[in-house]
Design a binder for this molecule. Structure first.
Ligand SMILES: [Zn+2]
Length: 293
């Protein structure tokens, strides 16, 4: 028997996990996107607002989003009021193409306005065509400039743009006071080392300070399964130590090449991606400090 592989749709192995009484998240693997995980390396969450779901990040593909919503309907069959994209990295929003096909309104940072559709996104280049099937680049249609408040079934959802480059130029915080929950997107990683490539370490730490001062029970990041109020610690402590150590090396007049060699942070060497991105992070922070960015 011949299997026409391209006719079969990839089936994402998605299992919803409860975060408190009102939220379920699909937690991605602590990996980079590839042909094995097909982009299932990012978090996507559904908040039960009583009469609808609010979706935080739509995931990496059309099929992923379709499967996630199907699983959620098995728990409670509710429509979706809105999808919110935490930032512009494609693993967090390519699932918009599914939600758009069922007429759900999508909210995202003003920064999406300046984005153009790429010939092929990073996701499309790295995962199988089968998993990427039906995925198109759909940007949000409602933009958050600074702040926005949604009231869904008498429950407030406060959306705040960080408004300066932190993890990216487009980070949103989504805070639901009634559920004591904040969604922080990729400002919070807790199962892999954060990359500073598209960000700014000073503003990132400032944004984390802001989250730290919020009186919440749950802080849900864009990657990683830890969701208690300490879930920001790994990212915070790493960035803080990195900034401190690179700046004292710079003050001592050590050259960038030597700083990259000497700022070894053994505490984090078993964290995923340390080997791949730590040295790059050191170099980026050195250059930022040197230029006073
Ligand atoms: Zn990101």
């Amino acid at each position: 028997m011949i299997l026409f592989h391209s006719l079969l749709a990839y089936d994402y192995p998605l299992i919803p996990k409860a975060v408190g009484a009102k939220t379920h998240c699909f937690f991605g693997a602590p990996e980079v996107m590839d042909e094995r995980n097909n982009g299932n390396m990012v978090n996507s969450c559904f908040v039960n607002m009583g009469t609808s779901y609010l979706v935080i990040d739509s995931g990496p593909t059309y099929l992923y989003a379709l499967t996630a919503y199907k699983k959620m309907k098995e728990i409670e069959n509710l429509p979706i009021s809105f999808v919110i994209n935490t930032h512009t990295h494609d693993d967090h929003w390519l699932g918009n193409s599914y939600y758009d096909s069922i007429d759900v309104k999508i909210i995202g940072s003003n920064a999406f306005k300046n984005m153009f559709k790429e010939e092929k996104t990073r996701m499309q280049k790295r995962i199988t065509a089968e998993a990427f099937k039906k995925t198109t680049q759909i940007f949000p249609s409602i933009y958050v400039k600074e702040k926005m408040t949604l009231t869904i079934n008498n429950r407030k959802v406060l959306i705040k743009s960080i408004n300066k480059k932190a993890h990216t130029q487009s980070d949103l915080l989504i805070y639901i006071p009634k559920y004591a929950t904040v969604f922080a997107g990729d400002l919070v990683f807790n199962d892999r080392l954060p990359s500073i490539r598209d960000g700014n370490i000073f503003n990132w730490l400032e944004a984390l300070d802001e989250i730290r001062e919020m009186k919440v029970e749950y802080v849900v990041g864009g990657h990683g399964v830890q969701v208690d109020s300490n879930s920001i610690d790994m990212t915070y402590n790493y960035l803080h130590e990195l900034k401190t150590r690179v700046s004292s090396s710079l003050e001592e007049g050590i050259e960038i090449g030597d700083v990259v060699e000497s700022v070894v942070m053994n505490k984090y060497k078993n964290v995923n991606f340390y080997k791949d991105i730590h040295r790059q992070n050191v170099a980026i922070v050195y250059q930022m400090l040197e230029w006073g960015e």
